[in-house]
Write a protein that binds this ligand. Structure first.
Ligand code: CAA
Length: 380
């Protein structure tokens, strides 16, 4: 067993850490306050090759391994969880279904654009009445000649407003249960495709989240990903990979909150000494650090398993549930350590606590992750 990163992975880590500190961190508080999308940052990340990290070079990506991708997301979330989720969705949820199931036409048409940062991808599975129970979707795609006509309302779409292309799931056969679900690439600007309101969120406010509304939206038949009826499996396989990204995001938030807590515990003096010298605070830091490290091991293992071509579902869910719960725990303790200062907007841990919460909710709630894990444990 080898816990060392390769020279290439270390280089990726140094490059993205430097970029995060110098380019992403300076405006993070303002973007959170104004709920402002990091448009220029995403463009630069694309130019540096960080928006198509797992996309093969033949389709404009950098063809890196999953571990490098996880490390990148961790480093970005350490300073800004919003930029991180935009990257994760574009790199994973949009790109992976095309890489794994898409036709040559779809790969060539869309992946170079989303990998370069010129255009942005999103993923749309949930609907107002269908969240954890993803099969219960109502959106329909009806074949009509050489197109499909899409109808329905989707919600909770990360980058719903700012994206250019969306992987959308809809029923092509209403009577076939999950085997009647299909996946499509849908372009913004098509008649009948509108975005709903931008959600006013507790955290990750620098990313946008919205509804998507389809009213007789006609999409070319060649935009079907894989085969008709394969959509639910495509959605699930995509989420298996996406969950490693969210786990890495949670890990980065936790790492950021831990670092700020250590610094504060050294600087803040009460009763004549730094508060870190009190066991009540020192032990908190110890528990936080141990859980951050354990999360890192789970996240890196899940990414490593993907790189080995192994089955990842259960281990990705373990990484997501543990890192998500850790992010919430560490960020909450970080606020506690900062006392009153932790509760005001001027101190970053306040934002981190708000940002951490979503990692227990999206890309499958942590209850769903436990369901996935327990089903694996109890399977024959
Ligand atoms: N990979 C491939 N296929 C899979 C799979 C996987 N990981 N998991 C299940 N399947 C297949 C099964 O084999 C089965 O196929 P067959 O019937 O052909 O054998 C089929 O899918 C149905 O499986 P289940 O009966 O297990 O399905 P279920 O209804 O019990 O659901 C679930 C399973 C795990 C609960 C799933 O519905 C789920 O993950 N729900 C959460 C959805 C989710 O994560 N949503 C997040 C949306 S994205 C987002 O958050 C917004 C954003 O922009 C970031």
């Amino acid at each position: 067993m080898n816990f060392e990163l390769t020279e290439e992975q270390k280089m990726v880590q140094e490059t993205i850490r430097d970029f995060a500190e110098t380019e992403i961190k300076p405006g993070v508080m303002e973007r959170d306050e104004k709920a402002e999308f990091p448009t220029e940052i995403i463009k630069k990340l694309g130019e540096l090759g960080f928006m198509g990290m797992q996309v093969p070079e033949a389709y404009g990506g950098t063809g890196m391994d999953s571990l490098s991708h996880a490390i990148t997301l961790e480093e970005v979330a350490r300073v800004d969880a919003s930029t991180c989720v935009i990257m994760s969705v574009n790199n994973s949820l949009f790109s992976n279904p095309l890489i794994k199931f898409g036709s040559e036409y779809l790969k060539q048409k869309y992946l170079p654009l989303t990998s370069s940062g010129e255009k942005l991808g999103a993923y749309s599975l949930s609907e107002p009445q269908s969240g954890s129970d993803a099969k219960a979707m109502l959106a329909t795609a009806t074949k009509d000649g050489d197109s499909y006509v899409l109808n329905g309302v989707k919600n909770w779409v990360t980058s719903g407003i700012s994206s250019d292309f969306v992987v959308v799931f809809a029923k092509t056969d209403k009577n076939a249960g999950h085997r009647g679900i299909s996946a499509f690439v849908v372009e913004k600007g098509l008649p009948g495709f509108t975005t709903g309101k931008k959600e006013d969120k507790l955290g990750i406010r620098g990313s946008d989240t919205s509804e998507l509304i389809f009213e007789n939206c006609r999409i070319p038949a060649e935009n079907l990903i894989g085969e008709e009826g394969q959509g639910f499996k495509i959605a699930m396989a995509t989420l298996d990979v996406g969950r490693i990204g969210i786990a890495a995001q949670a890990l980065g938030i936790a790492q950021g909150a831990l670092e700020r807590s250590i610094q504060y515990a050294k600087e803040r003096q009460q009763f004549g000494k730094p508060i870190g010298m009190f066991q009540g605070i020192g032990f908190k830091l110890a528990d936080m650090a141990a859980r951050v490290d354990a999360s890192r091991l789970l996240v890196y293992r899940a990414a490593w398993l993907k790189d080995q071509g192994k089955t990842i579902g259960e281990k990705a869910s373990m990484a997501k549930v543990f890192a998500g719960d850790t992010a919430m725990y560490v960020a909450t303790e970080a606020v506690q350590i900062h006392g009153g200062y932790g509760y005001i907007r001027e101190f970053e841990v306040e934002r981190m606590m708000r940002d951490a919460k979503i990692t227990q909710i999206y890309e499958g709630t942590n209850e769903i992750q436990r369901l996935v894990i327990s089903r694996h444990l109890l399977a024959d």
